[in-house]
Each structure stands twice: as structure tokens, then as C-alpha cells.
Design a protein around this ligand. Sequence first.
Ligand code: URA
Ligand code: SF4
Length: 213
Amino acid sequence: MADPERPGAQRWLPGSGGVSALRDAADSCRGCELWRDATQTVFSSGPAHAAIVLVGEQPGDREDQTGQPFVGPAGGVLDDAIVAAGLDRGDLYLTNAVKHFRHRREGKRRIHETPTVGQILACHPWLQAELDIVRPRVVVCLGATAARAVLGRPTPVSANRGRAIEAPPEVAGRVVVTTHPSALLRLRGKPGWDAAFDAFVADLQTAAALAHG
Ligand code: URA
Ligand code: SF4
């Protein structure tokens, strides 16, 4: 039975240590049911004292196989936007709201499914522990799931993107909401692509200006 006093991932958290202690502990998390159908926990990448943290939704198919965040097609778009914004991926701490790949099977294919609010909440202790250690100046939420996780309230992207958002006290830095790179990926080769990519880059630049200003 889940302990109502320590919901979700809470009871897997290590008592002390840095990001690597969190990563090791998260390998065996059973805080919700998503570990069952996934290959492995996908934790984070990047320096533990990054000025900017980027939070995605959850690992995708490639991430699930490799154990690294943002190494699949959405990660490719994110890489391009990071470069276009004049940033260096190596300086950024990348993580996800949910650390296991939620999907359904269709034949041999594994189809992404958006995590539920219950799963976002169950996994939130990991994200909070990461933010407590990294203490970034800015947290960038890539899409509505990340925004829900970081801000603790439903936060539509279009009405909130690209500016500093009031964050709850447990998030020490500023928060910027932007689109998810998977949403951009769906526009590639279509008329809206250039504007959507440029808007994403501009949001990353806004985050960088807040972090370094
Ligand atoms: N999409 C995400 O939100 N996170 C990843 O790590 C990869 C794709
Ligand atoms: Fe634990 Fe998060 Fe994985 Fe659920 S998704 S099992 S809470 S690490």
C-alpha cells in the first residue's frame, strides 16, 4: 500500500547526497506504475549547478532505450534551438517532469501517451529534489506537463509563454514556460515551422537573459 504521508516517489528519496545520489535512488523507484512497462528510469543530464534547468515532459522511446534525456527527435529540435539561442547544451541541466516513459503498444511500435496528473504528482519529489540541489536562476518548462509539474497548477502554454511567471516558494528561481519541442516537430516542413521555431528560440533567449541579467 502506498503511504499517504509519503506519496509517490517520496519514500525512495535518499536522505542526503547530490544529483548522482538521486539518480541512483531513482533507478529503483516504484512511486507509480510507470516503471513496469519502461526499460529504465531516465533521470537528467548536465551540470549540478547549472544556472538554467530545462524541464521536459517524460522520456520518449529513444530516451527509454538509452537512459538519457532528449536524445531522440524532440531532443534534436531542442539542440538546434539551443544553438540558435546562443546557448550551450553542456551548460544546461535537462530533466523531465516524469522519469519513466508512458506509452501504449501498437504492434511493435510504442506510442507516447501523456502522463496523468497523478503520475506527475507521484514523480514530483524527484523534480523538487533536483531543483533543491541545482538551485537554478531560471527553470524553463517545456510544455504544459512541465509547467503543471513545476508550478503546481494547470498553466496553458500559449497564454503564459515567454515571460517570467510567478513561481511557488519551493521553486527558488524564475520560471519561463514555452512550447514542447515535440509540438514543434509536428510543424517541421509545414508553413508554421519558421515562426514556431523562432518563437521557441526567443523564449530560450528570454530565459537566458533572466538567468544572466
Ligand atoms: N521529450 C521530453 O519531454 N523529454 C525527453 O527527454 C525527450 C522527449
Ligand atoms: Fe517513480 Fe516517477 Fe518512475 Fe513513477 S514515473 S515509477 S514516480 S520515477
